[in-house]
Design a protein around this ligand. Structure first.
Ligand code: G3D
Ligand code: MG
Length: 155
């Protein structure tokens, strides 16, 4: 799970692995590792904490990752454009791996994703899902798509 601080990495992970959403998550320390079985695949989810999910230390957690979930907060434009930089960090570190994008907080009325951003996303080999960790929308679909890409080795 990569993306800016407070975009919903932990909430999406917890919604998927435990199917609960709490408005009172404590900021996690370090990295939390969760597992979920999707079809015949065991998915091991690394949820890295801190203000910068790809600080040099955190970027080392990328090594060995089979794929990434790029998470942004659709109501905060900077977190959306940051995904392109984050993706560059990922590919420099581990190459092009299967990736899905969660445009999270889709339940919020403010939505700050420009047409340019959608066009930039279209150029990438990503599958993009508007998600809500709060209401559950598209969370399962997003993780299942990643697993599907991992199993079929489609980047
Ligand atoms: P992070 O792990 O990326 O840092 P968190 O982000 O999962 O800790 O979420 C940060 C804040 O956003 C939390 O609020 C959380 O409740 C909220 N949040 C996460 N996903 C959603 C969503 O889909 N919709 C809405 N409305 N809020 C969401 P607090 O207030 O606890 O900091
Ligand atoms: Mg977190």
């Amino acid at each position: 799970m990569v993306g800016d601080f407070s975009v919903g990495k932990t909430s999406l992970t917890q919604k998927f692995v435990n199917n609960v959403f709490s408005d009172k998550y404590l900021t996690t320390i370090g990295v939390k590792i969760d597992t979920a079985i999707v079809a015949d695949t065991k998915l091991i989810v690394w949820d890295v904490a801190g203000r910068d999910s790809l600080s040099p230390i955190n970027a080392s957690y990328l090594v060995g990752a089979a794929g990434v979930v790029l998470v942004c907060d659709g109501s905060r434009a900077s977190t959306v454009s940051d995904l392109l930089d984050i993706w560059n960090t990922v590919t420099e570190r581990i190459g092009v791996v299967p990736a899905v994008v969660a445009l999270n907080k889709a339940d919020l009325p403010e939505w700050n994703i420009s047409d340019e951003m959608y066009a930039a996303f279209d150029k990438q080999s990503w599958d993009v899902f508007p998600t809500s960790a709060k209401e559950g929308d598209n969370v399962k679909e997003m993780f299942e798509k990643l697993v599907n890409k991992l199993s079929s080795q489609v980047v």
